[in-house]
Design a protein around this ligand. Sequence first.
Ligand code: SF4
Length: 462
Amino acid sequence: MLSNKVEKLAESARYDVCMSSCSTGSAGRPGRIRKPENPLSEWIYPASVPGQGTVHILKILQSNSCRNNCSYCKFSASRDDENRVSLSPGELAGSFIKMVRQGLVEGLFLSSGVCRSPSFAMEEMIKTADILRNHFRFGGYIHLKIIPGCAEHLIDAAASFADRLSVNIEAPSARHLSFIAPEKKLSTDILPAAKRTAALLRAKKNGYTDKAIRASSQTTQYVVGAAGESDLDIMTSVDMLYSDYFMFRAYFSAYQQRYNPAAKSNNPKKDSPGFEGSPLLREHRLYQSDFLLRAYGFSFPELVFDSMGNIPMETDPKTAWALMNPGIFPVEVNTAPFAELIRVPGIGPVSAERIVRIRRREKLNDIEELKAAGAWSRRAAGWIELNGQTPYISDEGSKKHSKNVHFIPGQKWLFEELAPDGWKTAGQSTGKASLRNKSYPGQTGKWVNYQFNKSDRKIWCR
Ligand code: SF4
C-alpha cells in the first residue's frame, strides 16, 4: 500500500541529521512533531528556514535500497533483514502534496539510498522535485541530498529545483572514509560534488551565471567515532569546507552501533565490552566548536584540542579556550567591544547584542542585569568585571564572590585557615568552594574558577 511505503521511507530517513532545526536537542538533533491521529506526523520536523521562519518538513527517502555497504548505516546492502521500499517520483510527489494540502507540512527533505547507480538515484529525486515545482506548482522549501558519484549535470538540475543541497562527507579523510564506507570515494566523488555545488552557489551569489539556480546553500554531515578519527581531524576538514566549499554548516552524527551491529568499524574501542558507539557528548562538543567558528568569530587555530587531538569533554570549548587565554580576562562588560563580549563564557551573540543595546542607555551594575540580558550570569561571573568590580553572585541565598586564579604548571593548591610553611596566598575561599577545571592537557598553566564567601578560609599555593 502506498501509505505504508511512504511511512516506511519517512521512518528510514530519520538517520540523516543534515537539516537545520529550530528545536534542536543538545546535540542538534531535530525534534519531531507527534500527532497520534496521523502516523506520518512522527516524521515531520520543525526546521528554521532562512527567510521563512519555522516550517514543518517531511524528511523522507526516495528509496532505502542501496548497493553500498557503509558500516554506520541501517540500509547497507549487506543487511538482509531490512524491508526494501522505493517510491516512484509521481508517488512521492503526490503523497507529499496531499500532506501539504492537509496543512501537515510546508517543506520536503529528500534523500535516497544508492539504488542501481548514483545517477539513477539522483535522477529519481530530481524528477520528484520537478513534478512538485512544475506540475503541482509547489513553491515551498525543498532540500535535496546530492548522491556522490552522480553526473555533474544532475547537480545543476538539483540546484535549479532545491532551496538547499547537501553532500555528506561522512569522514575527514579518504583513509577514514575507506574504513566505514568502502564504495564512497572522497577525492573523486564527494569533494567534486561539493565543489560543483559550491561553484553554482558562488555563481548565483555573485551574479555571473545564466543558469537558473534556486539553491542558496549547501550543508554536510560527518559520522563521528566510527573510523578512529580525532576531533582535530574532523574540525580540520570542517574548516577546509567552510573556507573552500561555500559550506553553510556541518552536522555531526555520533556513530551508534545499534544502526548496524554486525558492521565492521575501525574504531579502536569497538571490541570493548559495552561499546555501543560514540558518546553523544562528543557530538555535542563538535557542534559547540563548530558554532565558535560560525557564530563567534573564532578562527580554527583558536580551537582547543588535547594531546590526542580531541576536544576536552569536561568543559565546553569556549571555556576551554578562555582557560588557555587568561590574559584577556576579566572583560569589562560596560566597555568591551561586541567581539570580546561574545568570547566570555556564558555570553552568546544574542545576549552580547542585548548588553550592547542596554549600555547605550545605562551602565550595567549588577549580575542580575546581565542575567536579564540573557547571559548565563553564573558562568560569566568569573570572567568579567562590572564597572571595575568582580561581580557578586548569589548562591542559595548567600552572596558569594567568584574569581579566577592562575596557577603556574606544577603548582599545588589547598584550602586552609592558616598558611602552611612555604605556601602563599592565592585568594580567599571557603572549605566548600568548588574548584573546577583543574587541569587541561597541553595547557601552560592552571586557571581555576572558584567561588567564596568574603570572610572565609583562604586558598594557598606553592
Ligand atoms: S550509501 Fe551508505 S549511507 Fe547511504 S543508504 Fe547506502 S549504505 Fe546507507
